[in-house]
Design a protein around this ligand. Structure first.
Ligand code: ADP
Length: 479
């Protein structure tokens, strides 16, 4: 019988009535560990703890906040190999991808450690004589953080670090499938000296723990990353409680390839954007929109490159694409392949569940050609290593197809034309635009987020994070 990894509530490790096994998607016989699973009661205790700890943390010196966040960042960086391997083991992206994600989380904590020392205000002259006006930023209070499984350490980092940096207390609910990274991060925060109640980890099911967070009026703000369906529930609950919210949801990101592009750059960016991290990125390039003159050459070159991709155990040396995260996701990927076939798409390669030395959710990257913008696979987020190709006449049609989606997270173009690159940058309806780069893969110190159905609320990451995690106060003083 394995020891269970406990919850952290009010600075104390606590066990719960039930636990969940963390299963390795590269080898379903491998139970990584068992994690205590919070229920509604634990969630309410965590919210109470965060509420009571808020005044003390708000008043804590920026130096203390800096030092704690900096220690967390240092430990993540020092242990990136070990934690990156755990990430790969529980989520299924490759070990190098897991290590890079852990390093990113470390850098995020160190960035916000610095920001804790730079919280500034403004002082203006009043329009009325003899009066002073100043504008300061205060913490929002108790922040609820609900995260998905696809970036098990980076997404928690980019929500937890700014929340703590700006003086908020946190109730954190990681995704069901990835308790391991969340637990390690919690342990690191605890040992780094976060005071009791300031940070709480209530790992557990969304329908219970997440819902209990949504229903509790003591939570002042919720930042959520996940599906549109859950995002809509979060938004409705936040409207009911008049509570601040920040949502990051899916994408159906276009990658436009023009006749004048450098073909090698286009193929690299398309293959990386569509298939790396097993295509399980909200910024994945799922729609490859290609002009006629280069279409056939591009498709053949992508197929050629795909044949060289090694789908295997996430921890094995030489693996390019790890397994998909679980059985449900595998079924979803295969269902979309079936739908694509039925609607007239041409499955040129991949899209199959394959076996490897260990039992796992191995799925070959798929390229579907001859698709039209109206087909289901070009409308709905698949969240797997599946890319479709849409053939278009020219740049104008490419832009209009690129924007023909309810999502608006990231949009890419591959071209050597300054004219088209500049026009696309200005007219792609997305929060992030990439020129001659994959739609996925972003820096940690600049804003991240989308438009339309992809995002709601102010931006995450970089200096823009201050908008969500603080409230502005304007003070008038007659000295
Ligand atoms: P994904 O498809 O990425 O798992 P979900 O939206 O289902 O997206 O999950 C994202 C996060 O939202 C997870 O932590 C999940 O547990 C949580 N969640 C799911 N249902 C609810 C809910 N009713 N209330 C709050 N959180 C929820």
């Amino acid at each position: 019988m394995m020891d269970r990894k406990p919850l952290l509530i009010n600075g104390v490790w606590q066990s719960a009535a039930a636990g969940s096994e963390n299963i390795n998607p590269s080898n379903t016989n491998d139970v990584i560990a068992v994690y205590d699973r919070a229920g509604v009661h634990d969630t309410r205790s965590a919210i109470t703890a965060a509420t009571e700890a808020a005044p003390g943390w708000t008043a804590a010196s920026p130096q203390l906040r800096h030092d704690i966040l900096d220690r967390v960042g240092n430990e993540l960086l020092a242990r990136k190999e070990e934690l990156g391997a755990l990430l790969a083991q529980e989520e299924g992206k490759t070990r190098p991808e897991g290590v890079a994600e852990t390093a990113r989380a470390g850098h995020i904590f160190k960035f916000f450690a610095g920001e804790a020392l730079r919280i500034s205000g403004e002082k203006l002259a009043s329009v009325r004589p003899g009066i002073e006006v100043d504008i300061t930023r205060e913490p929002v209070g108790v922040v609820g953080i609900i995260t998905p499984w696809n970036f098990p350490i980076a997404i928690p980092a980019w929500k937890i670090a700014p929340a703590l940096c700006f003086g908020n207390t946190v109730v954190f609910k990681p995704a069901e499938l990835v308790p391991g990274c969340a637990w390690e991060l919690t342990d690191i925060l605890q040992r780094a000296g976060v005071p009791a109640g300031v940070f709480n980890n209530v790992y557990g099911p969304g329908s219970e723990v997440g819902q209990a967070m949504l229903d509790d009026p003591r939570i002042n703000a919720i930042t959520f990353t996940g599906s549109q369906a859950t995002g809509a529930r979060v938004a409705a609950a936040c409207a009911k409680h008049m509570r601040r919210l920040q949502l990051e949801m899916g994408g159906k990101n276009p990658f436009v390839v023009l006749d004048d592009c450098d073909l090698d750059v286009a193929v690299d960016a398309a293959v990386n954007g569509a298939f790396f991290s097993t295509g399980q990125r909200c910024t994945a390039s799922s729609r490859l929109i290609v002009t006629e003159g280069i279409h056939n050459r591009f498709v053949e070159a992508v197929l050629e490159r795909m044949r060289g991709l090694n789908v295997d155990n996430a921890l094995a040396e030489g693996t390019d694409i790890g397994p998909v995260v679980d059985e449900a996701q595998l079924q979803q990927d295969m269902r979309y392949i079936e739908i694509a076939r039925r609607e007239g798409g041409n499955i040129r390669q991949g899209g199959e569940h394959v076996s490897r030395a260990t039992p796992g959710f191995y799925f070959t990257p798929a390229l579907v050609t001859d698709t039209t913008p109206q087909m289901t696979i070009n409308r709905e987020e698949i969240f797997g290593p599946v890319a479709s190709v849409i053939r278009v006449r020219d740049y104008d049609e490419a832009l209009s197809v690129a924007n023909d989606t309810e999502f608006g997270l990231s949009a890419g173009i591959c071209t050597t034309s300054l004219k088209y690159a500049s026009h696309f940058r200005a007219n792609a309806r997305a929060g992030m635009v990439m020129v001659n780069l994959p739609t996925a893969g972003v820096d940690y110190h600049v804003p991240f987020g989308g438009t339309k159905g992809s995002s709601l609320g102010s931006r995450e990451q970089g200096r823009y994070a201050v908008e969500f995690f603080t409230v502005v106060k304007t003070a008038y003083v007659r000295p």
